[in-house]
Design a protein around this ligand. Structure first.
Ligand code: SIN
Ligand code: CO
Length: 382
């Protein structure tokens, strides 16, 4: 699915990570993919990450889900917002909202959060560390956008919410169903529902912080190191002052650290696994029964599409031999036989084989491995 009248190259050049942009309904035909009561139903389920933000007598309050069903009946006319995380993993029609944004690589995509607000509801002025496309689903919302913030920006004292103490909007728009507001990282923003039944779909991205990368990469490097791998000086030369740490010793010590940390191939392999680790691993269950190679062959030859588990993460990195496929924190080395399938799987949420072309044995084995992990499946079992 692509947007009408939306120039991706222009957007990437002028707006992505640079400037907010209001995109007036670019969908071929906008239909709100989820009803408010369906969202409320999800917020009552165990294992679903849901929050509620209320503005009660000028005080912001946050409550974590899951919520009892009766809660929604008791809320009355107060200003409140319900937020549910990763709805794309639960509702295929919500996952479909990501498709027009696939010009951003998969590994940068986080999830789709869905909010529902009553008149005047919102989460308050704040900034996020990530890019977001705010798709207005139902009802109307007034969005105000302000300047770039940073770690020094003053926040209101609050235990759970990071709200701006002084929000000075510089632009303002009213969004109608189908309209989209793009907000780059750290731009202040505040959305207030105009009327009840205001639903917003936040297509959120992720970007690792340097500290997160260094810390996790170092943990990985450390786990691989051997205690026998140690400083050695079999060619020790006498030095004038025994108190000096000689430059040659320092060079060797420094090389021990930098060689371990600068291993590019090792880093690529680690990062693929790290970034494909699922956010909600409990949503990826192993199948009740494995299928035989013949069963896979028959079903694929019948044109049955193989679906990616919406909670699974897929990526690949090219290497000298072919490529390494990363799925849900595992790495699977591909050969030229399995590479076409791996590439198709990473670029599409489902794969259908041409019944006229038999699937090679290595690809069947790869599909079986992914099936056993719970990362792919056939629709009839979902
Ligand atoms: C909302 O949907 O109300 C909040 C989304 C955001 O500001 O990031
Ligand atoms: Co935000």
């Amino acid at each position: 699915m692509q947007f009408k009248n939306f120039d991706v190259d222009h957007f990437l050049r002028e707006h992505w990570q640079k400037q907010p942009l209001l995109i007036r309904n670019p969908w071929v035909e906008w239909t709100n993919p989820l009803e408010p009561d369906e969202l409320a139903g999800l917020a009552c389920e165990d294992g679903v990450e849901a929050r509620m933000v209320k503005l009660d007598r000028a005080r912001w309050k946050l409550e974590d889900g899951p919520f009892p069903e009766e809660k929604f009946a008791k809320l009355g006319a107060k200003r409140w917002t319900l937020l549910v995380q990763a709805v794309d993993q639960l509702v295929p029609q919500v996952a479909a909202l990501i498709e027009p944004f696939r010009f951003v690589p998969n590994w940068r995509i986080d999830d789709v959060m869905v909010s529902y607000a009553t008149d005047g509801g919102g989460v308050g002025p704040h900034f996020d560390q990530y890019d977001v496309f705010l798709v207005q689903g139902l009802g109307r919302r007034r969005w105000q956008v302000g300047p770039l913030c940073d770690a020094q920006t003053e926040l209101l004292p609050h235990d759970d919410l990071r709200l701006l103490a002084n929000f000075q909007p510089t632009a303002e728009w009213v969004l109608e169903p189908g309209d989209i507001l793009y907000v780059p990282p750290r731009f202040a923003h505040d959305g207030v529902a105009l009327g009840d039944d205001c639903m917003t779909y936040s297509i959120g991205f992720r970007a690792p912080s340097r500290s997160e990368l260094v810390s996790n990469w170092c943990d990985h490097v450390l786990a691989e190191l051997d205690d026998d791998d140690r400083y050695a000086d079999p060619d020790l030369a006498r030095q004038a002052n025994p108190g000096e740490i000689a430059p040659a010793a320092l060079d060797q010590l420094h090389a021990m650290v930098s060689e371990a940390l600068l291993d590019r191939a090792g880093f690529a392999r680690w990062f693929g696994q790290y970034t494909s680790t699922p956010k909600y691993p409990d949503a990826i269950g192993e199948p009740d029964e494995p299928l035989t190679a013949d069963q896979f062959r028959t079903r694929l030859a019948a044109g049955e599409p193989l679906h990616r588990n919406p909670a699974s993460r897929f990526a690949f990195i090219r290497n000298a031999a072919s490529l390494t496929l990363f799925v849900d924190g595992e790495n699977l080395d591909c050969t030229p036989d399995t590479t076409p399938f791996a590439e198709t799987l990473c670029g599409n949420d489902q794969v259908t084989f041409n019944p006229a072309e038999p699937v090679n044995a290595a690809t069947i084995a790869l599909i079986a491995a992914l099936y056993d992990m719970g990362s792919v499946g056939f629709e009839s079992e979902d």
